[in-house]
Design a protein around this ligand. Sequence first.
Ligand code: GLY
Ligand code: MN
Ligand code: MN
Length: 436
Amino acid sequence: MKQSEFKKRRAALMKQIGKGNIAIIASAGAAVRNRDVHYPFRQDSDFYYLTGFNEADAMAVFIPGREKGEYVLFCREFDEKKALWEGAHAGLEGATKHYEADDAFPIDDLDEILPGMLENKAKVFYPMGRDSDLDFKLMEWIKNIRKHSRNGVSAPGELVSLEHIVHEMRLFKSAEELKLMRRAAQVSAAAHVRAMQYCQPGLYEYQVEAELVNHFMQDGLRAVAYPSIVAGGKNACVLHYTENTDKLRKGDLLLIDAGVECDHYAADITRTFPVSGKFSEPQRLLYQLVLDAQSAALEQIAPGIAWNKAHEASVEVLTKGLIELGLLKGKLKKLIKDEKYKQFYMHRIGHWLGMDVHDVGDYKIKEEWRLLEPGMVLTVEPGLYVPADCETVDKQWRGIGIRIEDDVLVTKDGYEILTHAVPKTVADIEAIMRGE
Ligand code: GLY
Ligand code: MN
Ligand code: MN
């Protein structure tokens, strides 16, 4: 992502904060896995969105109208020894030179410098309640400023959530962001195709996971957007199954929910296909039903249509199909009203997608479902999950879990599927698995 994009975002944020106020946001911390080993570092999405700065132990401060510079970055000072052991870090010089901070200070001096910046500001925008360390520090700084009120210094009187502003910005993807999302989608799609070609009975789920990750990395992207779900047979009925430790069996389906990140932007794809390459009749019938539900949901993706319509369309198609196949008994309207479909379809149609796989942005505005607008990206992912011990349905349906998930951009005229490159019709899946 170009620095100019981050600069544009900061300018938009400054405008919303307004002169006389201040905004503060902390980077992610480095998370310890065990003793001297850390989890791979992933920057806080809001922090990265505004700064492009990919280090822990940093704090960004935005002060519209500040004479010595509106954008201040606190970060680690450059340390040769640290560079030798842990690798490159920007230091104060890098913060101003490469990340275009107007001013940079050592993070170790935060307690001395930041309170002065808070003096005489009316509002503090910050991610309230997200980082208890910052919550605590801010209160301490404000208390200390109050002590000096006799000198004519005033402490901020209002705390405002920074998230709401930033998340509204993040909900609408720019052309630069869409380039990254398209790449994440393309690489993830190719990995899914490869998994279909690679899959065969007798492999362990984690071997298929390895094939996916191998493709992500060989194709140039390093980090998964979330832990891959590779769920054979009834494991697919556990929605966030990530153990991936079982052996794949001939007559089972395999559900793969996996996506990679491209410069902090996620893809999120699910496909379900037969381990042996051919759907059994019950599997095919349920699969086709989920696919029909996805098509019906996609028809509801266009500017001006309420977010919930796609979900309602999927519920209607699935409930109707479940009646026809005999998994539900009763009248369509009543079954929908009583939410009887929830025993087989317990999640919603999807979610916003962006820097976070379950991305930010309100789904309702003043208690009404939000209308879709161009530039929003969301997943459309209906599913059916029949628990293995579900005694209310015929045996042939039990232990089948299916989800079909694509990433969809709302366009001026409707939608564009970013993940169209992975086949999803029964015929196309069976063809690809035959090696055609
Ligand atoms: N991969 C998580 C989800 O589909 O929501
Ligand atoms: Mn999803
Ligand atoms: Mn998913």
